[in-house]
Design a protein around this ligand. Sequence first.
Ligand code: ZN
Length: 366
Amino acid sequence: MQRLLRDIVPTSTDQVVTGIQLVTAELRGEVELVDETSAAWCLLAEDMDKIAAVLDGQRSELAPAQAGIEAAAPAIAEQLGQIGLDVESAPPKIVDRFPVPFDSFEWSAFAPDAEDEERFGIARGVWFRQDRLRPLYSEALYAHEVVHTVTGTVDPHIYAMGLEEGIAEVIGTCYAGSAVIGADAVLNILLHGRHGADRPRVWAAYREHTRQAFLLYREFGLLGLAELVRRGRAAIHAAEATIQAGGYRELDLPRDGFDDDTTRVLEIFTCGFMPAHVFTPFECHLLRHVRQGSTFDEVCRTAQVPPPAGNPVLRRLGAESALFVADDDRIAYSNVERYLRIGQQTGRPVLRYLPPADLPSTWALG
Ligand SMILES: [Zn+2]
């Protein structure tokens, strides 16, 4: 199974759809829903069917990743030029390995600056690793990385990270990225890439810095953020301290440039989306069948789970999650149906599952 999932490297939508169909057929081999593994197979098969259905409808629309980046670069430069950021001199560079000392990092892309050029002889620009190129995702990533090339010309001796990552997400990924791959694709990249319950903590830091940058965006708009980028890393680090101290409205920045797509993506990603309701596959499968007024036995029957396996989990879930209240073995009150509806209506599930550690929990469709 791991081999098959890894094989779904989206070099073309045809390959992805065919790969998903193969994996889904294998997942459907398990029918008895009695434990975490069988529930994970069932949920993964459902989700992959949905992915294949979306991709099947747009087979010819996705450009190969490298061509996508090269085609998007001028449009991204133009978009950022409109808010006063000059990134014309940062063409994408695609390589098999990053140069020493950056060869051991797991990054998909990085933006070496003048300091890297001087100390290590690495040419400035935006470098991508060939094996990590992805349609749409790499284009949004390029939009993020080019923002670093601007701060990198002001004070390259200062280490980046921190709020600069959040600002690059707002004006690069969200604003410039939405212009080339669409706001919905950007939102999916952010939700799935930053709100995953098992993501390495560095992605949580990106998410928190994006929330900080969203505060600045709401107050100062794109032009305020772009001005901060032009002032460089020392100014951005100082602004981060001001945000944490609570006085960011006092920052001396212009106030202008609000973009509807950027605003909507950031509102949903940083504030609107509820990331807390993450369960194991077996719990999630049972939850999806919880209905106010039903008994535990009835929930198990519609979920096709034997009651001796399902009932104790339901009893514990009610107490732990507070998503429903059980009166003995009958569900007296429940918010589950409401959250399932929100998930269906928005296409962004509130009740989510995390596959067991021995299953691959992510694949790089963006
Ligand atoms: Zn970055």
